[in-house]
Design a binder for this molecule. Sequence first.
Ligand code: ZN
Length: 260
Amino acid sequence: MKHDDESTTRNEGGERLQSVGETIFPWLSDIQARLAAPMRECPKCHEMTLSGMGTCDPCTQKREAEAEEERHRDALAPALESVKDRFRWAEFGHPDFAKYEISAPAVAKCRAIPLRGIITLTGGSGVGKTTAAVARFHAELRVPRDQRRWGYTSRFIACREIGRETMTHKIGSDFGPKTREAFAAHLLVLDDLGAEGESKPVAERIEDIISERADSNSCVTIITTGLPLDKIAARYTDAIGRRVSQNAVIDMAARGRTKG
Ligand SMILES: [Zn+2]
């Protein structure tokens, strides 16, 4: 018969025999282990903790949660930073919606409309199209469960930026970065359709972006435009005219301010 230690013996079959202490007080061995283990101070919260490496368990969990949150923030940063500076404030419920006299019913529609296909916000300059589009964009990026789905590739891109890139990237060369993002974004605010100028290659590039996105089941496009819907068909193609109006059109001037 071989002795493992003072309290544990094995019978001839090798089966472990429990010590009296373990049988009667199952928690006793745990306490013994804790008493035997050296305690040390957690470098973060200075509570005494069981020996091991680094911080105590609660501190470690907190640090991991913070790191996860930071990864989220980093991943969302390009989406948030793509918004033009002067619209970064735009969040539903922000008092400036009232200050700028942006139509409350139109804003409410913008906030509630299901995100799918193409959503077009129309109205003259100063009615708050871009502000409302950005508020919805921000709202989607703030929903944690949707961040992975929407957040990381979502972008705010002005048609003018697509125009500039199209004119500087010569025929046959690759798309510029904004143009690539406009094709790839899960949620895209395509700002100020019509403001990109009248050049044919630019119009065709914008048409390609809208058509490709309209055909996708997984991405959503919020278009803002000062062009009346009938002018969109005339300026681009009938197909584009249909696409920008087939799902949802919100007239931001409706029952809002009349000043341009
Ligand atoms: Zn700690």
